[in-house]
Design a binder for this molecule. Structure first.
Ligand code: HAM
Length: 424
């Protein structure tokens, strides 16, 4: 028996219904903010990620799924932002009016040690707003992320906010850290000792308690920021205040990808355990230019769909279906049933039939187990009268109705359910 690879998941039908809800909610909210979908390949040149995420980041160092091919090396994408920046340049999307709002959903791959909420194949629901450096856009994407959480009924999260400043400010922060940590190196965890050489900013958000203690004693504030970047951060904060969006300033939030500058944010939830980020993002004003494109500021975020799912109350509950399950008693009735279900389906009604010639009792039990709203029975008697016996599986009520009226009655019922959300 060959099993699935650790850190990957089969999404079975009940759970797939919840995925559909997340995807539909995401699409609806992105559209209402005027974002349009983009789909890029799952496989890219590995160099794209080495150059954009940063050679010294954990993703590039340890987590890439690499596929050598002839003289080249391909990679399964570990995230979407770099691919979208590439697509923006390659397809000359800057020529289409300058400012572009894009959203995406799909699988991402990182060779991590699997644990709750941390997978090797996971999915992003994200967006990128390309072409504006206005603080208004930083505010918009944070509001958009919150609207999605609200749409999915997720509460109890915290939004952490920080600014990294411009490239010069980031360099200043790195130097400041290097200086402040010079005499404390031996107290840091082995990983942070390496980070000190390769990626010093990541020491700021190390999860090790000793490192956290050392870092919190360094007094990192915003002294290294230039007036422009400070001003931008003030605008972002006041915009969020205006919209009533709550946030917590975290000067130690640096993110694990090198391309960020200015605003960065992370949305965390205590219900997730150690992998507590539901989603994260920020500004990346240099990325498109560094990839060879025009000087184009941009900002975006991505949610991890699996983590959203862990926080949804009804994550396992199959949604009540509007299914009509037809039960034919006898060969002649079976033929007529086939004709009826295809007719109902053509009219957009969800219909299926018992293919197993079970007893009436067993068929009804099965209809109930698959959450059918109605069972429609046809035996010789009904066949003669051109009727079906329609049984409401929730209320137990049943009535005999003409076959020719069946679609109309079911359609009226669906419309009436749509008006009363409880479906009563
Ligand atoms: P990220 O923080 O690496 O950012 O990923 C975003 C979210 O994906 C995380 O907050 C988490 O919920 C989820 N995630 C990450 N790794 C895993 C994993 N191994 N298993 C399950 N879920 C995971 C980015 O990727 C940026 N591209 C976001 C962005 C868009 N920034 C600007 N635009």
């Amino acid at each position: 028996m060959l099993n699935r690879i650790p850190g990957t998941k089969d999404i079975l039908p009940d759970e797939a219904q919840v995925w559909q809800k997340i995807e539909e909610t995401g699409r609806k909210i992105f559209s209402s903010y005027n974002y349009r979908e983009i789909r890029t390949p799952i496989i890219e040149q590995a160099g794209l990620f080495n150059r954009t995420l940063g050679e010294t980041t954990e993703i590039v160092q340890k987590q890439m799924f690499l596929i050598p091919h002839a003289q080249e090396c391909y990679a399964l994408r570990p995230e979407g932002t770099a691919s979208i920046a590439r697509a923006y340049i390659e397809n000359h999307l800057d020529k289409s009016g300058g400012f572009l709002k894009l959203y995406y959903l799909g699988p991402m791959f990182r060779l991590e040690r699997p644990q709750k909420g941390r997978l090797r194949q996971f999915h992003h629901l994200g967006c990128e707003a390309i072409g504006s450096k206005d603080a208004q856009i930083d505010i918009e994407i944070i509001a958009l992320a919150e609207a999605i959480l609200l749409g999915l009924g997720i509460k109890g999260y915290t939004l952490e906010l920080n600014t990294l400043g411009c490239a010069k400010d980031k360099k200043g922060l790195k130097e400041l850290l290097g200086e402040k940590l010079k005499n404390k190196l031996q107290q840091l965890c082995p990983e942070c000792i390496q980070r000190h050489e390769r990626n010093i900013l990541r020491i700021l958000d190390c999860k090790n308690k000793t490192c956290q203690g050392i870092v919190s004693g360094l007094g990192i504030a915003y002294n290294h920021l230039c007036p422009d970047c400070l001003g931008h951060f003030e605008l972002v904060k006041s915009g969020l205040d205006l919209l009533g969006i709550k946030y917590r300033i975290n000067p130690l939030l640096v993110r694990g990808l090198d391309y960020y500058n200015r605003t960065v944010f992370e949305i965390k939830h205590p219900g997730l355990g150690s992998q507590d980020a539901i989603g994260a993002g920020g500004r990346y004003d240099r990325l498109i230019h560094e990839l060879g494109g025009p000087d184009t500021p941009a900002t975006g975020f991505a949610f991890g769909i699996e983590r959203l799912l862990l926080l949804m109350d009804d994550a396992q509950a199959p949604a009540a279906g509007g299914l009509v399950y037809m039960v034919a008693l006898g060969e002649a009735a079976k033929k007529e049933t086939m004709r009826i279900i295809f007719d109902l389906r053509r009219q957009g009604i969800c219909a299926d039939m018992d293919y197993h010639a079970r007893s009436l009792k067993a068929s009804l039990r099965h209809a109930s187990s698959i959450n059918a709203k109605y069972a429609a029975l046809i035996g010789d008697d009904e066949l003669k009268k051109e009727t079906v016996t329609l049984k409401n599986m929730f209320s137990g009520e049943q009535q005999e109705i003409k076959i020719k009226d069946l679609a109309r009655i079911l359609q009226e019922d669906t419309q009436c359910c749509a008006r009363t959300p409880a479906g009563n």
